[in-house]
Ligand binder design. Structure first.
Ligand code: NAD
Length: 305
């Protein structure tokens, strides 16, 4: 039956709450450590489309008192230059988090760059160590978009445990981490992708559908189980407008709750990235304090001689 009043799961109010908490954490970090948490964004070639997204992250950092900087490398930078820039940032104690602009130019191997990031500073969860921690159910850094896709459900009070969830997309940065997070929340999860035989049949079984395929109109209202909850991660430009992967007009008639695009997962992604950064800063500061106290007994012994 048509349900024109599907609840709109908006990211902005949740993001505002998260940012307010981050601003407080930043003040307390500053009081303890004498400096704000620091983020570095490595950019290879200024004209890539993702620069707009990264500039938004920089503005978001400024608003909550985080020190953020672009480390800009020439568009023709070699793999070695990029890796060496990352290593410098790893060694800089005022930089707590490192993000690298994606996609990289085709001449640079993704794996080499990802491996170079210190896992303790990998606030977008792309290093294999953090991916492995998520896979094993341990605490690590989560890819912010996948985190946002599941966090929007949790913070909106949507029940996840025991429900059938379908994730459309199996990328390392969105689909797969979202699926692992849903498993961690006790959902029964099916991952669909470009070779899935009957996508509509999979979608029809699902209480929760997370769509991250990069195909506008991939999921229509007629595909959904009535009352399903739909999280649309897709970002596509169609006729100069930003749209998701879900045909919103038809889906809103059938779903019980749905995220809009823009205004759903996107704002939450940016806010969660800030929480990851503050956590990275706090953990590294704690590790440094522990390392410093471990040295103390030796110093005391030397004084006794
Ligand atoms: P990707 O291209 O790496 O992966 C797309 C996935 O979708 C693949 O696993 C592919 O198998 C699957 N797929 C493609 N066509 C399909 C089809 N017809 N049926 C079923 N599965 C299909 O993309 P990604 O980096 O995972 O991003 C996915 C989408 O999320 C894109 O639209 C991207 O712009 C968007 N995105 C949004 C945010 C955000 O903050 N909201 C952040 C990152 C990416």
């Amino acid at each position: 039956m048509a349900n024109p009043s599907a609840r709109l799961l908006e990211g902005a109010p949740i993001a505002d709450e998260i940012r307010a908490a981050v601003a407080e954490d930043v003040i307390s970090f500053k009081n303890t450590n004498g400096r704000p948490p620091g983020l570095a964004v490595v950019i290879v070639g200024r004209d890539a489309p993702s620069t707009v997204y990264l500039e938004r992250i920089l503005r978001g950092c400024a608003k909550v008192g985080i020190k953020a900087e672009f480390v800009e490398l020439e568009g023709e930078a070699t793999e070695r230059t990029v890796v060496s820039a990352i290593r410098q940032l790893n060694a800089d104690p005022t930089v707590d988090g490192v993000i690298v602009q994606m996609p990289l130019p085709p001449t640079i191997r993704l794996r080499e760059v990802v491996d170079a990031i210190d896992p303790a500073k990998d606030i977008d969860g792309i290093h294999p160590l953090n991916a492995g921690l998520l896979r094993l159910g341990y605490d690590g850094f989560l890819p912010a978009t996948a985190h946002a896709a599941v966090e929007i459900l949790r913070r909106s009070g949507i029940e996840i445990a025991g429900r059938d969830a379908v994730v459309i997309g199996r990328s390392a940065v969105v689909g797969m981490p979202a699926a692992f997070l849903l498993v961690r929340e006790d959902a029964t999860v099916t991952v669909c992708h470009s070779r899935t035989r009957d996508l509509a049949a999979q979608i029809r079984r699902a209480d929760i559908v997370i769509v991250a395929a990069g195909h506008p109109g991939l999921v229509r209202g007629a595909d959904l189980k009535p009352g399903a909850v739909v999280v649309d991660v897709g970002i596509n430009v169609v006729d100069g407008r930003i749209v998701g992967d879900v045909d919103f007009g038809s889906a809103v008639e059938v779903a019980s709750a749905i995220t809009p695009v823009p205004g759903g997962v996107g704002p939450l992604t940016n806010a969660l990235l800030l929480t990851h950064l503050v956590r990275a800063a706090e953990r590294q500061a704690t590790d440094r304090r522990i390392a410093a106290t471990k040295l103390e007994p030796t110093a005391a012994l030397q004084g006794d001689r």
